[in-house]
Design a protein around this ligand. Structure first.
Ligand SMILES: [Cu+2]
Length: 183
């Protein structure tokens, strides 16, 4: 006897929730401390960021900070002395988790300590459409020309796609096993 539709529905809902949380990747910026000795352009190019992913900035808070800024400020490294010009959001805990919520957007980050941004402490992260099932859209605007959007590498890359699917499959099996026992 097959499981009743309501239970299947609940199982499906649970699964979609699980899958969603499992596919959001968390990245430690630069694969190490947020500092002046890392090439963040190279690091950023290595990854394909999706909406929902999380960046973690780790640093000594007396030595660095993290400002999310406009592109102009990212390029000029000039926050106007008071640290406000072009600043969208600022972080200074030493362990800052920043979620990339906006699909098809570029996030710009710098360190505002004197000389650090010009010395290389700046990060640009391009976010492709997330795994949220193509939220909104409609506009269908193409990505900015000349900016490759990091298509997922054929080799599967470092993204947690496989663990996510494995987890989903495991849960699916457990749920259906459970259904069979009940009915
Ligand atoms: Cu710094």
């Amino acid at each position: 006897m097959p499981p009743s539709p309501p239970l299947q529905l609940v199982a499906l809902l649970l699964l979609s929730l699980l899958l969603r949380s499992a596919t959001a990747a968390e990245y430690t910026v630069g694969d190490g401390p947020w500092d002046t000795g890392t090439n963040y352009a190279t690091w950023s190019d290595k990854h394909a960021f999706l909406a929902g992913d999380i960046l973690v900035f780790q640093y000594v808070r007396s030595q660095h900070n993290v400002l999310q800024v406009t592109e102009a400020t990212y390029r000029s490294c000039d926050t106007g002395g008071g640290g406000v010009a072009g600043v969208i959001k600022s972080y200074d805990t030493g362990y800052d988790r920043v979620q990339l919520t906006e699909p098809n957007a570029t996030y710009w980050f710098i360190c505002d300590f004197p000389g650090h941004c010009l010395g290389g402490m700046r990060l640009a992260v391009k976010v492709a459409a997330g795994g949220g099932g193509g939220g909104g859209g409609g506009g269908g605007s193409p990505p900015p020309s000349g900016v490759p959007l990091h298509p997922p590498a054929a080799g599967g890359a470092g993204r947690s796609q496989w663990p996510a699917w494995g987890l989903t499959l495991a849960v699916l099996l457990v749920v259906f096993h459970y259904c069979i026992i009940i009915f």
